[in-house]
Design a protein around this ligand. Structure first.
Ligand code: DGY
Length: 332
């Protein structure tokens, strides 16, 4: 009998066809958002799920879906999944690293530049029909990017790809802080200098957040951290909602504690803190850091390869290429 799987969100047509070559599939071509009960109901009898950051996979859900053997997340981040709970129940978790690194780094850089140079704010001004005279000396004057100090909090693959862009392409001094310092050869390749968090906050002209979300990184940037930044500095978050205290950030933007922010991720997204919507010096985008067509397709393809392998099919049967908790196999 073929295994049954659930694809929780709409996916590319060729990916859906490929899923059906291996599995009995329940999918979601209309891309509806299922609540928790609906998700549990649809997972009954399923051995695998192609999940996304929108679904919380925790102990309670796993206990309600005892046939589940593989959770293959479309995304490099997997803070929506209780990995320890999966491991003890023998549920293999996979993610999609690498295929999105450069695309997400491009996006982080673009969002930082749009924030520094006030692109969204000035675009809104033009659309409103407020542009009546040219040549005003300080109209939408922002901060320079070329030659400035780029700070990176979290120095994984995406952080390093952003560092290379800053150092090699934009003549920036790149400083970073991370749980652990990079080996010297990687530091040389990225042109980045390790500093403590206080120095990072104090010296960055443009600070980009690229660290994973965990209870340890919850509100890693709050009122106290924002107060240590330069008033001309910008903050860009492409990592995860919850790493920044959004209410404190809105307050800091209103008060001029920092100059501007670019946010692609939010606490409780897709809801957005109303105070963030009310401040002008901010660029807001809907969690699209990895959203080029090619990369989103590559992420879905990797997730499906992982699902096929995790459920014992294909050339990598039993050995998905990007596992998060291979040790789960030992718990089966
Ligand atoms: C990721 O890959 O983690 C992106 O944020 C999409 O969820």
């Amino acid at each position: 009998m073929r295994p049954s799987v659930l694809a929780t969100r709409a996916t590319f047509p060729d990916i859906a066809v490929r899923l059906r070559q291996h599995f009995d599939v329940e999918d979601n071509p209309a891309d509806e958002i299922w609540n928790r009960d609906e998700l549990v109901r649809r997972l009954q009898g399923k051995q695998g799920v192609m999940s996304t950051g929108s679904e919380r996979i925790d102990a309670e859900l796993l206990d309600a879906c005892p046939q589940l053997k593989a959770v293959c997340n479309v995304g490099v981040g997997y803070n929506n999944i209780d990995v320890a709970a999966c491991t003890t129940r023998g549920v293999l978790v996979t993610n999609t690293p690498d295929v999105l690194t450069e695309t997400t780094a491009d996006y982080g850089f673009a969002l930082m530049m749009a924030t520094a140079r006030r692109i969204a704010e000035s675009e809104r001004f033009v659309r409103r029909g407020d542009w009546r005279k040219t040549g005003i000396y300080d109209m939408f004057a922002g901060g320079d990017v070329y030659g400035a100090t780029l700070g990176i909090l979290g120095m994984g693959r995406i952080g390093r790809a952003i560092a290379r862009r800053g150092a090699l392409g934009f003549g920036m001094q790149v400083i970073y802080h991370n749980r652990s310092r990079l080996p010297a050869d990687l530091e040389d390749m990225t042109g980045a200098r390790y500093v403590d968090k206080a120095t990072l906050l104090r010296e960055s002209d443009h600070l980009i957040l690229v660290l994973p979300y965990s209870p340890d990184s919850h509100h890693a940037i709050g009122a106290a951290e924002l107060a240590q930044m330069k008033p001309q500095a910008t903050l860009t978050n492409i990592a995860r909602g919850g790493i920044v205290d959004d209410a404190a950030l809105a307050h800091a933007l209103r008060a001029g504690t920092i100059a501007a922010a670019g946010l692609d991720v939010f606490e409780g997204e897709p809801a957005i803190h109303p105070d963030l919507l009310a401040v002008p010096n901010i660029v807001l985008t809907p969690h699209i850091g990895s959203a080029s067509v090619k990369t989103r397709h590559a992420m879905a393809a990797l997730a499906i390869d992982n699902l096929i392998a995790a459920l014992g099919f294909g050339p990598r049967a039993g050995r998905p290429s990007t596992p998060v908790n291979l040790e789960a196999l030992g718990a089966r």
